[in-house]
Design a binder for this molecule. Structure first.
Ligand SMILES: O=P([O-])([O-])O[C@@H]1[C@@H](O)[C@H](O)[C@@H](O)[C@H](O)[C@@H]1O
Ligand SMILES: [Mg+2]
Length: 283
């Protein structure tokens, strides 16, 4: 049977690379910053413009109405965030917006494609580094067309773990984040790191640069592409409570093997988040 998603996979790589070029160019000009859910949840005209370019290119290529779209900036403007069985693009046009605003050189375009709620392929273009990560279910994971695979480290004491602080600055949440980080650091591990973009963090797991990345508070568009890249690089994903990974749950642990992932899960202090697909409560 003809491979029906190869063309979409190849096209997604082209679109991600073109979107990255727009981001790099915009980064050379003055960036007007706005905020979304709170004062540290930043958004720029570039986020919105790049999402329009990506979705417009995909609609032009595959036709209006045939596919569904979940885009970070469309959802923040009220579009539904429901993953159905329909072929669905899950898009973060600028992952690492705060980095982009500050000129901190880790900014990624993240494009995932799901069918029947299964992520078929994912593309993460780290545009300041000019690194193209991609993976298709059953076909391996790549960085700039070179195969990548997770680290073979099994000893937590010889690991680097990525954790992020997110945008929730409530004292009780920050306390849980820091308490978790303190427990992990004092295992001890070799180090804690964070690039500021979940998509890039997952690619760092996939290429073996770190052993695990976990976060509570991310969104489906941050992690959908990285999830298939980690899995195809030989890694795994779980919920932060050890249950099955759920791309809409706003929490996950990604890692190189079950030993490391389970050790990290033991230390995570969980705090509540609202699912991406939760019904929108009218204010
Ligand atoms: O908002 P954005 O730059 O697309 O996505 C970012 C995530 O990739 C990161 O993991 C998280 O810690 C940040 O708070 C932010 O949500
Ligand atoms: Mg993001």
């Amino acid at each position: 049977m003809a491979d029906q998603w190869q063309e979409a996979y190849d096209f997604a790589v082209q679109v991600a690379r073109a979107a990255g070029a727009v981001i790099r160019k915009a980064g050379e000009e003055e960036i007007k910053v706005q905020t979304k859910s709170c004062t540290v949840d930043l958004v720029t005209k570039t986020d919105e413009r790049v999402e329009k370019i990506i979705i417009g290119s995909l609609k032009e290529q595959f036709g209006e109405g045939t596919h569904s779209f979940i885009g970070e900036e469309s959802v923040s403007k009220g579009q539904p965030c429901i993953l159905t069985d329909k072929p669905t693009w899950i898009i973060d046009p600028v992952d690492g917006t705060t980095n982009f605003v500050h000129g901190f050189p880790f900014v990624a375009v993240s494009i995932a494609f799901a069918v029947n709620k299964e992520i078929e392929f994912g593309v993460v273009y780290s545009c300041m580094e000019d690194k193209m990560y991609k993976a298709r279910k059953g076909q391996g994971a790549f960085c700039d067309d070179e195969p990548i695979q997770v680290s073979d480290v099994k000893d937590i004491h010889k690991s680097i773990i990525i954790c992020e602080h997110g945008t929730d600055r409530s004292p009780e949440t920050v306390q849980k984040i820091f308490s978790t980080q303190k427990k992990i650091l004092c295992i001890p591990v070799h180090g804690l790191r964070g690039s500021g973009t979940a998509a890039t963090n997952m690619c760092l797991v996939a290429c073996g640069a770190v052993e695990a990345f976990f976060e509570i508070g991310i969104h489906c568009w941050d992690i959908a592409a990285g999830a298939v890249i980690v899995r195809e690089a030989g890694g795994l994903l779980l919920d932060v409570d050890g249950g099955p990974f759920d791309v809409m749950s706003r929490r996950m642990v990604s890692g190189n093997n079950m030993v490391i992932v389970n050790r990290i899960i033991k230390e995570i202090e969980i705090f509540d988040t609202v699912r991406d697909d939760a019904p929108i409560v009218k204010k």
